[in-house]
Design a protein around this ligand. Structure first.
Ligand code: HEC
Length: 178
């Protein structure tokens, strides 16, 4: 009874070793194929898909921004001092448009409409505009140029986020991607 069991065990061990060797070869072949294939396959598509900006539009946007917006939002779009603390009226001062603010959270359409139509206290409908409406002062192109200038201030990951918000926006955007 002892002997057959041992030989069975040996047979099992042998088979196991052989299978292992075969697996090792399979692994080597797979790795070789992957390595060879890798030379012919183009690198994975970049995760950031947002469009590039037009430098002339950024320059124009910065100029209009300095003239019209910097008095409230800061010369470098860094926001009013203490912008994150509400004033005595309970309202927040003008926020930044760089990475530290939340301008990059909004789609092109939302940004365009906020600049064109202005903004009031969202909790008090009909209250006076705190952010002036620029639709009758600035041209469509100037508003779009300012948005491009804002985009030039953002980190790649924020640009990507804002681009995805723009693509997700269910309403047609009045600012074609720049
Ligand atoms: C008189 C001061 C003032 C001027 C000038 C001004 N803003 Fe504002 N802006 C504000 C205030 C205050 C808010 C915040 C409104 C709120 O949250 O209720 C704001 C909000 C905004 C927002 C929304 C930001 C966000 O994250 O939701 C945008 C975009 C913006 N301004 C762009 C501009 C641009 C572009 C100009 C120049 C063409 C400009 N602003 C000029 C005061 C101003």
């Amino acid at each position: 009874m002892e002997i057959p069991r041992r030989s069975n065990n040996l047979a099992t061990l042998e088979g196991c070793l052989m299978r292992r060797t075969r697996y090792r070869w399979l692994l080597v072949i797979t790795m070789a194929l992957t390595a060879c294939g890798g030379q012919n396959v183009s690198p994975a598509a970049p995760t950031n898909s947002y469009p590039t900006l037009d430098p002339a539009q950024i320059t124009q946007g910065r100029q209009v921004y300095v003239q019209r917006c910097a008095s409230c939002h800061g010369p470098k779009a860094e926001g009013a001092p203490n912008w994150a603390t509400p004033g005595p009226d309970g309202l927040f001062p003008a926020p930044p448009h760089d990475d530290t603010g939340h301008t990059w959270h909004h789609s092109d359409r939302v940004l365009y409409e906020s600049i064109r139509d202005g903004m009031n206290d969202p909790l008090r409908p009909g209250s006076p505009l705190r952010m002036p409406a620029w639709g009758s002062t600035l041209s469509d192109g100037e508003i779009r140029a300012i948005i491009s200038y804002f985009k030039s201030l953002w980190l790649a990951e924020h640009r990507q986020y804002q681009w995805e918000e723009t693509l997700k926006d269910f309403k047609p955007t009045p600012t074609p991607p720049s």
